[in-house]
Write a protein that binds this ligand. Structure first.
Ligand code: SF4
Length: 158
C-alpha cells in the first residue's frame, strides 16, 4: 500500500511557527488516514525548533543559511529536520510527499525570498528539496488532484 509523507500541520497538528495548524479537510486524505497511508512529519520541530517560534527564511543556498526575522541562525535545525523527514519517508517506504506550500522547509515550488517582505521566489524549501533530490515527488495542498492520481497509480502497481 503506497504511503505518503505529509506536513504535520496539514493534518491538523498545531506545529506552525505561530502555534496554529493548516488542516486540510479532504475526503481522500481522511480515507488514506483511516487506511494508515499517511506519515506525518514536521521538519522544523523534528529538527528541534520549538512551537511557537520566530518565522525563518532561507537567505542563501550556497552555502545554505537560514535565519529568523531576528537574524538568529537556525540552519542546523532546518537541515536536521530535512534529514529526519527523508529518513521517515524511507522508513515508511513513502512513494511521495504532500507538503505545505511556501514553507521554508516544506514548500515544493516557491518560498519567501529571505527579505521577510512577503516576496516569493521560485525554489523549494529545505526538506522538500531533500526529498526531491532523493527521488521522492513532492506535491503541495494546491496539487491534490495530481497527488491523488499519482498515489492511485502507485497503489495499482503495488
Ligand atoms: Fe508545517 Fe512544514 Fe512548517 Fe512544520 S515545517 S509547520 S510541517 S509547513
Amino acid at each position: 500500500m503506497a504511503k505518503v509523507l505529509v506536513s504535520a500541520c496539514l493534518l491538523g497538528a498545531k506545529v506552525r511557527y505561530d502555534g496554529r495548524d493548516n488542516l486540510l479537510d479532504h475526503p481522500v486524505l481522511k480515507r488514506w488516514h483511516q487506511q494508515g497511508r499517511l506519515v506525518a512529519a514536521c521538519p522544523e520541530t523534528l529538527g528541534g525548533l520549538p512551537t511557537p517560534r520566530a518565522p525563518a527564511e532561507i537567505q542563501t543556498r550556497f552555502p545554505i543559511l537560514i535565519t529568523t526575522d531576528a537574524d538568529e541562525d537556525v540552519t542546523p535545525e532546518f537541515l536536521s529536520g530535512a534529514e529526519q523527514a527523508l529518513d521517515l519517508a524511507h522508513q515508511h517506504d513513502c512513494c511521495c510527499a504532500l507538503m505545505k506550500a511556501r514553507s521554508p522547509s516544506c514548500g515544493n515550488q516557491e518560498i519567501y525570498d529571505g527579505s521577510f517582505s512577503g516576496t516569493l521566489t521560485t525554489a523549494p524549501g529545505v526538506a522538500a528539496d531533500e526529498l526531491l533530490r532523493n527521488g521522492i515527488p513532492v506535491f503541495n495542498e494546491h496539487q491534490l488532484g495530481e497527488l491523488i492520481d499519482f498515489v492511485e497509480q502507485q497503489g495499482a502497481a503495488a
